[in-house]
Design a protein around this ligand. Structure first.
Ligand code: SF4
Ligand code: SF4
Length: 332
């Protein structure tokens, strides 16, 4: 464990920009933060709990042109500049790991792979839980991640720098880091205890698979869905929602685009026969909860919710995934 006397995150942004990286980092906009491509380290603001949007668009853009067509077809090659994301929280690093499992594990998506291979991940341990956070309920830590290249903890006057990969080592070696003292280690532990005690929200995952299997046909899902307006914002902001659609924009001449889609939209599952297996709003809403806590658990062995709380914070009608899961009826 190393320490840096100063703001490692800000200095790393400056260094990576000098080295020709495309750098995504948190930027303050109005009263919230978002990850943006920055051109100067002074644009960055690391004083945040989490960003309003997840950074999934770094490897999985909202819209991506795959091909141009007209008199000739021009395929767009899968390529990416060397890119870094700096200041990403541990829940979003887990989001990236879960997306990797979708886009790289069984079938390799070349567009995703090119971006992912060229990505350096500099994580930022949480020093406070947000009102909607519940990452500890889904088995995650707010200050650890073995999936980052580097993870940084803020101690106020200095930052603890933990190097997790060769890629991270190559970057960290350009900085004047010293070994963490016993006092630094104990200050870090104290901070971690403080962070853990700041969580106000939790999800009961005990026997969840069995409870969800039992409740699948319950009218509970109709009650939960009553006020949902099918806006899809919960899925757009989620770091692990990966559904997309591919369409052609233009008749004889145009572009083929891959764009995010949402299971909350009625057309998402409409088949060409006009049959729709999730015709009703409550079936679509139920799908989101089952996708996060049941289907992906069966398919991949882990929850596809990282407890970031974004869907709770943004839902216009107050649908709260933690509350919904905790209130699943038993014995139905
Ligand atoms: S389902 Fe909600 S809380 Fe879970 S990862 Fe997605 S946005 Fe975050
Ligand atoms: S954000 Fe809320 S209202 Fe919009 S689709 Fe999701 S659950 Fe429904």
């Amino acid at each position: 464990m190393k320490v840096y006397e100063g703001n490692f995150l800000k200095d790393v942004v400056a260094k990576l920009l000098d080295d020709g990286y495309r750098v995504y980092a948190p930027v303050k906009e109005k009263n919230y933060h978002v990850f943006k491509v920055v051109e100067n380290a002074d644009e960055v603001d690391f004083d945040y709990i989490n960003t309003r949007r997840s950074p999934k668009d770094v490897t999985f853009p909202e819209n991506e042109v795959l091909m141009k067509y007209g008199e000739w077809v021009e395929e767009i090659p899968a390529q990416a500049d060397k890119t870094a994301i700096v200041g990403i929280r541990p829940c979003d690093i887990q989001g990236l790991r879960l997306m990797d499992r979708v886009f790289l594990e069984d079938i390799t998506d070349p567009y995703y792979e090119a971006k992912r291979k060229n990505l350096l991940v500099v994580g930022y341990a949480c020093n406070e839980a947000g009102d909607y956070c519940f990452c500890t309920s889904v088995g995650l830590s707010p200050f650890k991640s073995d999936y980052a290249d580097i993870i940084v903890t803020e101690l106020g006057d200095k930052q603890v720098v933990e190097i997790r990969s060769e890629k991270g080592e190559a970057v960290a070696s350009k900085f004047d880091l010293s070994d963490a003292s016993d006092e630094d280690v104990s200050r870090k532990k104290e901070l971690e205890q403080k962070v853990l005690s700041s969580f106000v929200r939790s999800v009961n995952t005990e026997n969840l698979k069995e409870r969800m299997a039992e409740a699948f046909n319950s009218d509970y899902w109709k009650e939960v869905a009553e006020n949902c307006v099918s806006c899809g914002i919960c899925t757009y902001l989620c770091p692990t929602c990966f559904c997309f659609d591919i369409f052609d924009d233009g008749e004889l001449k145009g572009v083929r685009i891959r764009a995010w889609d949402s299971c909350q939209f009625p057309l998402h599952t409409l088949e060409s026969s006009s049959h729709n297996p999730r015709r009703e709003k409550w079936q679509r809403l139920r799908n989101r909860f089952y996708d996060k806590f049941y289907y992906m658990l069966v398919r991949k062995g882990e929850f596809y919710c990282v407890g970031c709380g974004r869907c709770i914070a943004a839902c216009p009608v107050g649908i709260d995934i933690a509350e919904v899961i905790n209130n699943i009826p038993s014995g139905v």
